[in-house]
Ligand binder design. Structure first.
Ligand code: ZN
Ligand code: ZN
Length: 493
């Protein structure tokens, strides 16, 4: 075996480079004594690491929000049959029609602010307390949770805080269950998620019909827009349920532009609001329920599709570039299935309301609670994995309505910014579970949080020095092995 002088020099240089890297790593280790309390971002300073994460999360979440806005705008243009205008950038993304900038900024500040300050606080606590205990992620998460103040609407903050509190409860429950400390009766039953969803929907639909003031406005408007019945009719239903006289004037004003309706059938104090008022467009309950379901499908598909497709592109760009067609197909399929579920929900709810009017002569508010619970069973049309997600999504809304009723009846003190406190506590707990017991967290949430935190803090058994120099050493070793193999081969022949 004979090495030419240039090959020899190259080998020598590699050798010295490797030694230099080892020295550098040793130096880093010396500067940070104790293997537990050193940062795992040795190629950046702590400040650069935090700022980099802040910017990355800001841009990601900003991008997701703007992308969803553009998609919804495109669907709107497509529905008005102006297909050419979709390609016209001016119509698609003009400031006049695409009003997402402020909201996108707020969402970007929420995610970016949380990620950046979380990383900064983690580094600070690691250095300041000189040890790495579970208290570090809890403290860092709680303080970074103040970034929720980037949202200006307190009802949205409350919704988010309750959602994360439900997620924290899920983690705590899973953790206790895995340690055999606590076991909810019947939790081995496969449809617990559907039951939870059904109970939450019962409360939400009841609140929607009877106590609309207890739902966040945006959420109330979403249900109203998704369903086929107009607000004046709901008001009449509410009044007649409570035995109040109904507002005949506003109701007949609404009904007057519906064809085929005689206002003579309106009375001051009906025991029940009949089908002819609930669906004045058609006398047939069957047709009404059918159109309600199909209309819901057409109305919500764009929203569901944008909500599934845009995040999967922006957050997993590389995956998308590798197989764009399959990501598109996956999002399309998921959106169709979710839209079918929601349409069935609306159709069944309407059908139950009509059915009640066929068999009963008086109205009762519990009818809406029960109808909500039964129609929510349409969640069985969704994928099993999604049912639990949906349950945990609706549960906070039910809790929200309950929270409001409790404060309203003065059973619960009205603390200012209580939702900020709840969010901070929840984030502290969630960051603890993410770092210390990630298997207790729903994989959807875990993946999302790690995506935003740039997956630096996972406790998977990856080598701690998984950086450029480490990869370099690895590949150097591989080259060396293959070249020595080649040399051996040559010698054999
Ligand atoms: Zn650091
Ligand atoms: Zn009917």
């Amino acid at each position: 075996m004979h090495l030419s002088s240039s090959e020899f020099r190259l080998k020598d240089a590699e050798e010295r480079f490797r030694d230099a890297i080892h020295d550098l790593e040793r130096h880093h280790a010396d500067a940070d004594p104790g293997s537990d309390c050193q940062c795992d971002h040795i190629d950046h300073s702590c400040i650069a690491h935090a700022l980099g994460n802040l910017c990355q999360s800001f841009l990601l979440s900003y991008g997701v929000r703007v992308g969803i806005g553009i998609f919804l705008r495109a669907f709107k243009l497509a529905r008005s049959q102006s297909y050419s205008s979709i390609l016209d950038l001016k119509q698609l993304v003009s400031e006049k029609d695409l009003i997402v900038r402020e909201e996108a900024c707020r969402i970007g500040l929420l995610f970016g602010g949380f990620t950046g300050s979380y990383h900064a606080l983690r580094c600070f606590l690691r250095k300041f307390r000189k040890k790495e205990t579970p208290l570090n992620p809890i403290l860092a998460g709680s303080i970074a949770g103040l970034s929720i103040l980037a949202l200006d609407d307190s009802s949205r903050r409350r919704t988010l805080a309750l959602y994360l509190a439900a997620r924290l409860a899920q983690c705590a429950y899973n953790s206790a269950k895995s340690k055999n400390k606590f076991h909810l009766w019947g939790s081995h039953w496969g449809h617990g998620d559907s039951l939870l969803f059904s109970l939450s929907c019962a409360q939400v639909m009841y609140a929607f019909v009877m106590r609309p003031d207890t739902l966040p406005k945006a959420y109330h408007d979403f249900i109203l827009k998704t369903g086929p019945v107009a607000e004046p009719v709901f008001k009449a239903v509410r009044d007649s349920c409570r035995g109040f006289p109904i507002d005949v004037l506003s109701l007949s004003a609404y009904l007057s532009n519906k064809k085929g309706f005689e206002s003579t059938s309106l009375v001051d104090n009906p025991s029940i609001i009949p089908c002819s008022i609930i669906h004045p467009d058609t006398p047939s309950c069957f047709i009404h329920n059918g159109t309600a379901a199909t209309k819901t499908f057409r109305k919500t598909f764009p929203l569901y599709f944008s909500l599934t497709f845009v995040p999967s592109v922006v957050l997993h760009l590389q995956k998308f570039l590798k197989s764009p067609a399959s990501i598109f197909w996956h999002a399309f399929n998921g959106a169709v299935r979710s839209t079918i579920f929601l349409s069935a929900f609306v159709g069944i709810f309407q059908a139950l309301i009509c059915l009640h009017r066929k068999v009963a002569v008086t109205d009762h508010k519990l009818v809406y609670w029960i109808a909500g619970g039964i129609s929510a069973l349409s969640v069985l049309l969704e994928k099993k994995a999604k049912r639990g997600e949906l349950a945990l999504y609706v549960l906070p809304r039910a809790g929200d309505s309950l929270w409001y009723i409790l404060i309203n009846r003065r059973l619960f003190p009205d603390i200012r910014n209580a939702e900020v406190l709840l969010f901070c506590v929840s984030m502290g707990g969630i960051m603890y579970y993410l770092e210390k017991e990630p298997e207790t967290m729903a994989s959807f949430l875990r993946g999302l949080l790690r995506r935003f935190l740039a997956s630096r803090i996972s406790n998977v058994s990856s080598p701690p020095r998984n950086n450029l120099s480490y990869t370099y050493l690895q590949s150097l070793g591989a080259i060396e092995r293959s070249s020595s193999d080649a040399i051996l081969d040559k010698n054999d022949s």
